[in-house]
Design a protein around this ligand. Sequence first.
Ligand code: ADP
Length: 256
Amino acid sequence: KEHVPLQVYRRDELGELAKAISGLSTDLTRLKKERNDFLSSISHELRTPLTYVKGYAEIAQRSTISETERAAYLDIIRQEVEALTRMIQQLFDLAKLDSNQFEISRREVLLCDVIKQVVDRVTPAFEANGHKLQINCPGGIEVFIDPDRFNQVMWNVLDNARKYLSDQGTVKVEVIENVEEVCINVQDNGIGIEKEALKHLFTRFYRVEKSRSRKTGGTGLGLAIVKEIIDAHQGTISIESELGEGTFVSIKLPKY
Ligand code: ADP
């Protein structure tokens, strides 16, 4: 028979043990609650666009409406379906991040090449609304990152900057190289974010103003994913903002 050594604890050690166990059980309860909250948010967030799709599809089927009205309703349906598709992709990314299956394959790349690719991709959306996107990125900065994931980060940050611009807005991207890290700063002169909201920005499904971001097709998942990707690169992201003045996003990445 296998001999199991009997561990003897002193009274004060038992107290510590009891405290540790009770701490673990509190953590478990909190995790369960977080998971339940997340699941009920998901079902709510998926149901809302579906309700819109159903409602507008019913109106679009009416024989009494004009062709112009029908086209407008169909366009809303298309936008809602696009938002749903994006949300499902983001939920998929988060699920992979949560289970550590989100692959980060880092390699040596020129940072500005990656950023310029994203800038080129989003520029038409800026120009279509009379906004400006400026970039100041000195060539030759090498970083050890996953270019596809970082592309996703930059796309999210720039798309946010664009979505919340006021008329004739400008977004400036500036890259600064320090000895051990690089800073990627994105400054916009958009509507800004109230102080109270700043600390919640990386929370899943959090949107400063739900109705406003419905119009912009936001899901409230973008920055949560951005934060996870930056964490996986051992970097940091911080957001400062002034209502009515604009928002400043600063990403710091270690160079090696
Ligand atoms: P969303 O998909 O709604 O944009 P995010 O997680 O990317 O979700 O952002 C969370 C919220 O933060 C947004 O709904 C928006 O209210 C606010 N936000 C993010 N970036 C900016 C910005 N540059 N200017 C103003 N508000 C912003």
